[in-house]
Design a protein around this ligand. Structure first.
Ligand code: NAD
Ligand code: UD1
Length: 333
C-alpha cells in the first residue's frame, strides 16, 4: 500500500517506517523536524535499503498535505505527528491544542478532500486517567489528568464523529502504553532534546555519563517494591502493531480504539536491574519525592489487539534495555 506517515522521523514513526518498508509498502514521510532530525532519514534508508519520499513540512499546511496525498496516491495515513510532553502541555496548552488537535483536523480535511479514508492515530494510555480497575481495557472510562492527554482524547472523539458522519472511513486509534527500546541495528532510537522526562532515556543518559544519577520518583507507592509500575513495550513490537492495524483497515469500516501494550507491569527498579545487566554497570540513583501527576501502576488489557489485529508483543524487558543501550552507545547528539 501507499502510506503517509506524519511525524515519520520521530521515535515511533521511524521504527514503523522501517517495519512497513520491510513489508514492501511504499512509505512517504512528512515531518516538520520540531522534535526529530533529518539524519534519521539517512539511517532509515540504510536500514530499508531504499529511499523514502520526504517532505519537511507541517501537518497544519492543508495545501501541502492535500498535494502529498494526491501526488503519491496515498491509501492510508498513520498520524504520529504531535507534541508529547505532559509538563510542557500544562505550561503552554494552546500550543498543544493547536498542534495536536488543530493539526489532526487539518489532516482530516486534507484526507476528506483527497478521498483518503483510512487513518491510524497515535493515541495514548494517558486517556484513561486514574484507574477504576486494572488492567485498563478499552471500555475503561476516559478521564485524562493533563492537557496532553486531553488533546489525545479530543482527537479520538473528533475521529469517532467523523466516522459516524461517513461510513466509508476506517479509523483505528492505537492507545500506546510505555514505548522504549530501539531498532536492532542500533541506527535509530529515541533521541530526546535536552534533559529527558521519561525513565528510559534518562537512564541512558546516566549510564553514558551525561547525567550524574537517576532520580527515582517515589519508593513508597503501594506496588511490589514501592516504585511506579508501567507497561513498557518494545518500540519494534509497537511498530509491528501498526503494520497489523494497517492490514486490519483493508476490510474494516468504522472506528476502533485498541490498546498496544504487553499487559505486564514492571517497576522502576525492575527496569534499572535489567538495564544494569545490559550495560554491565551499576546505575547511580537517589530516591526523591513522588512526581506530581504520576500514577502508582497501570497496564494494558491486550486481548482486543490479539483478537482484532492478530498481534501481540513478543520482545521482553531485557531486549528493550539491550537495544536502548546499543542505540545510546552509537547515538550522536
Ligand atoms: P516524537 O516526538 O519522537 O515524534 C513525533 C514527530 O512528529 C517528530 O518527529 C516531530 O518533529 C513531528 N511533528 C510534531 N508536530 C508536527 C507537525 N505539526 N507537523 C509535522 N510534524 C510534526 O514522538 P513519538 O514518541 O514518536 O510519538 C509519536 C506519537 O505517539 C505522538 O503523537 C505521541 O503523542 C504519541 N504517543 C507517544 C508515546 C511515547 O511514549 N513516546 C506514548 C503514547 C502516545
Ligand atoms: C509519561 C506521561 C504519559 C506518557 C508517557 C510516555 C506523565 C505524568 N505521564 O508516562 O502521559 O504517555 O510518559 O511514555 O508524565 N520515573 C523516575 N525517574 C525519572 C523518570 C521517571 O523514577 O527520571 C518513574 C516515574 O515516576 C514512573 C516511571 O518511572 O513511575 C515511568 O515514568 P515515565 O517514563 O515518565 O512514563 P509515565 O510516567 O508512565
Amino acid at each position: 500500500m501507499n502510506i503517509l506517515l506524519t511525524g515519520g522521523l520521530g521515535f515511533i514513526g521511524s521504527h514503523t517506517a522501517a517495519v512497513l518498508a520491510g513489508e514492501g509498502h511504499e512509505v512517504v514521510i512528512i515531518d516538520n523536524l520540531c522534535n526529530s532530525q533529518r539524519q534519521t532519514l539517512g539511517s532509515l534508508e540504510m536500514i530499508a535499503g531504499k529511499k523514502f519520499p520526504f517532505y519537511e513540512g507541517d501537518v497544519r499546511d492543508l495545501t501541502l498535505v492535500k498535494s502529498i496525498l494526491q501526488d503519491h496516491q496515498i491509501e492510508c495515513v498513520i498520524h504520529f505527528a504531535g507534541l508529547k510532553s505532559v509538563a510542557e502541555s500544562g505550561v503552554d496548552p494552546l500550543k498543544y491544542f493547536d498542534n495536536n488537535v488543530g493539526g489532526s483536523i487539518t489532516l482530516m480535511e486534507a484526507m476528506q478532500a483527497a478521498n483518503v479514508k483510512k487513518l491510524i492515530f497515535s493515541s495514548s494510555a494517558t486517556v484513561y486517567g486514574i484507574p477504576q480497575y486494572l488492567p485498563y481495557d478499552e471500555e475503561h472510562p476516559l478521564s485524562p489528568m493533563n492537557v496532553y492527554g486531553r488533546t489525545k482524547l479530543q482527537v479520538e472523539e473528533i475521529l469517532q464523529d467523523l466516522s459516524r458522519s461517513d461510513p466509508d472511513w476506517s479509523i483505528v486509534c492505537l492507545r500506546y502504553f510505555n514505548p522504549i527500546g530501539a531498532h536492532e541495528s542500533g541506527l535509530i532510537g529515541e533521541l530526546p532534546q535536552g534533559i529527558p522526562n521519561n525513565l528510559m532515556p534518562y537512564i541512558c543518559q546516566v549510564v553514558s555519563g551525561k547525567l550524574p544519577h537517576l532520580n527515582v520518583f517515589g519508593d513508597d507507592y503501594d506496588t511490589k517494591d514501592g516504585t511506579g509500575e508501567r507497561d513498557y513495550i518494545h518500540v519494534m513490537d509497537l511498530a509491528e502493531g501498526h503494520a497489523a492495524a494497517l492490514a486490519f483497515t483493508r476490510d474494516h469500516k468504522g472506528w476502533e480504539a485498541i490498546n498496544l501494550g504487553t499487559g505486564i507491569p514492571y517497576s522502576v527498579y525492575d527496569l534499572i536491574n535489567a538495564f544494569e545487566k545490559s550495560a554491565k554497570q551499576a546505575i547511580p540513583k537517589m530516591v526523591k519525592e513522588r512526581r506530581s501527576g504520576d500514577l502508582p501502576i497501570y497496564f494494558a488489557k491486550v486481548e482486543k489487539a490479539k483478537n482484532l489485529l492478530n498481534w501481540e508483543a513478543k520482545r521482553d524487558l531485557q531486549l528493550m534495555c539491550d537495544s536502548s543501550w546499543k542505540y545510546q552507545q552509537g547515538a550522536k547528539r
